[in-house]
Design a binder for this molecule. Structure first.
Ligand code: ADP
Length: 487
């Protein structure tokens, strides 16, 4: 059996990939888009049934391609925090899945007492926010009569997307999640690695409706596919899977995913450090009996700024065009962009800030504007990296990149220059799915955790310029623009 399948149940699509586990090479993939609904301002929902049917379709497609007898197991990675409620007897969802982006509980979270916020911060490493699962579960229990009825009948199940899909794939035999997904619920003690009674009481969530929690390299039952039972082994949330897939297994190693937004995760080893600058502390992964923690920081806008250049301003026809345009000018000609479309996250945490384009003169061209937008993505990452280093006392050595916008050579070189560290771009850019496949390999004893960093192949390493002062000055200039955006 030479293949493992990685299931990546993301926000915009569900995908399954076949990997040859001996080489870690991608062999085949299947993908299905998943619809999102926005029934009220700030609300985001998905249909859990649709996620499951599309998952089954992609998995069957991959199993057929590889041959069921050749598939050793399935690893699972998923959009985190999203909440599904379902009937334990029938597996039917009770209501739409409440997606991580959904803000319906933001007033509830803002109304939590100082003590409650401190409890959340110290036990879970998160900040009390509508982003995480707990308040979404509370909302469903308060507003969905069907949920209350099932709760009274002892038939209610609640979980994140991984848990729901595993429950369905195993015909209800496994009701479990892994520590990384649990660590995003706001109900999980990340040091003790168990549901926390005080937090369960705070949010009014009964323990019995939640799944069992297991390490990432545990077994999660067997999926029935193409007439065969295939083990599900290896489960972790998408950003953690990318960290693992990139081989960031030592303290100080980190990765940046450049997608719609930007996610920096930084391995802090066995140290569960709490951030002083608004970063999150989270379970990085847990396997071989060890739990590794990570600091996580995100910028709301990265690739989305490039989309804005394309769709909002019409300055470019395709995202990839931004690279040539930015490189066609030696600098931004004094133009500076702050991507505060929806406020600014860490370390500024200002929801009122709005985007800013400054320094425009009659000689400003679209190339300058495009370049300023790409540069702003790199400055945002430097903001996060600075916080990470201060919080952990660990110096970032090099950073691995993935996500759609990591294909932009100009951006990656500029990022290396602004951070003053090497940016290492892998051959295999689907780090999230690869991480799930490798965790599956570890769980089944087909590969060794210590071999993972050796397997990773760099496609290109962007080495920082020696002109540190020049790039420090550019960053200081960006920070001045941020101050104006905050006014
Ligand atoms: P997500 O997983 O968040 O949907 P992806 O990792 O698929 O995102 O990346 C898509 C994002 O990357 C889009 O916002 C797009 O504008 C941006 N992007 C893709 N290619 C490039 C490029 N060559 N240069 C700059 N941005 C790009």
């Amino acid at each position: 059996m030479k293949y493992v399948i990685a299931l990546d149940a993301g926000t915009t699509s569900v995908r399954a990939f076949v990997y040859d586990i001996s080489t870690g090479k991608f062999v085949h993939g299947a993908q299905q888009e998943v619809a999102q609904r926005f029934p009220n301002p700030g609300w985001v929902e998905q249909d859990a049934n649709e996620i499951y049917y599309k998952t089954a379709y992609c998995l069957n497609e991959c199993v057929r391609y590889a041959g069921a007898e050749n598939v050793a197991g399935i690893g699972v990675t998923n959009q985190r925090e999203t909440v599904v409620l379902w009937n334990r007897e029938t597996g039917e969802p009770l209501c739409p899945a409440i997606v991580w982006q959904c803000r319906r509980t933001s007033a509830y979270c803002a109304g939590l007492s100082k003590d409650a916020q401190t409890l959340v911060r110290t036990r879970t490493g998160l900040v009390a926010d509508a982003y995480f699962s707990a308040s979404k579960i509370r909302w469903a229990l308060d507003n969905m009569p069907a949920a209350r009825k099932l709760l009274q009948a002892g038939k209610l199940c609640v979980g994140t997307v991984d848990t729901y899909l595993i429950f369905k794939l195993t015909a209800g035999r496994t009701f479990a999640t892994d520590y990384t997904n649990a660590s995003r619920t706001m109900l999980f003690d990340i040091r003790e690695l168990r549901w926390d009674t005080d937090l369960l009481n705070l949010f009014g969530v009964p323990r019995e409706i939640l799944p069992e929690t297991r390490p990432c390299d545990a077994r999660f039952g067997e999926a029935e596919l193409a007439g065969r039972r295939i083990p599900i082994a290896g489960v972790l949330g998408d950003q953690q899977a990318a960290l693992f897939g990139q081989g960031c297994l030592s303290p100080g190693e980190g990765k940046i995913t450049y997608g719609t937004g930007l996610f920096l995760l930084f391995n802090t080893g066995s140290a569960c450090a709490l951030s002083q600058s608004g970063m999150l502390t989270t379970v990085g992964y847990s396997c071989g009996g060890n739990t590794v923690y990570a600091l996580e920081g995100s910028a709301f806008n990265a690739g989305s700024s490039v989309q804005w250049l394309r769709d909002g301003l019409g300055l470019i026809d395709a995202s990839a065009e931004s690279e040539g345009l930015a490189a066609s000018v030696p600098d931004c000609g004094g133009v500076c962009f702050v991507p505060a479309f929806t406020g600014l996250g860490a370390p500024y945490w200002n929801g009122e800030a709005r985007g800013l384009l400054s320094g425009i003169t009659r000689s400003t061209t679209r190339a300058h504007v495009v370049r300023a937008v790409l540069e702003s993505i790199a400055y945002g990452a430097r903001d996060l990296a600075g916080c990470m280093e201060r919080d952990s006392g660990i110096c970032l050595r090099d950073i691995r990149c993935d996500g759609g916008a990591c294909r932009n050579d100009f951006l990656m070189q500029f990022q290396a220059d602004v951070l003053g560290v090497c940016i290492d771009r892998p051959v295999e850019k689907e780090s999230t799915a690869l991480g799930a496949a490798l965790m599956c390999g570890v769980a089944l004893g087909l590969c060794d955790e210590s071999d993972i960093p050796k397997r990773r192949e760099a496609e290109r390493i962007f080495v920082p310029s020696k002109q540190r002062e020049k790039f420090d000055a550019l960053y200081e200039n960006y920070k001045k623009a941020v101050k104006r955006a905050l006014l």
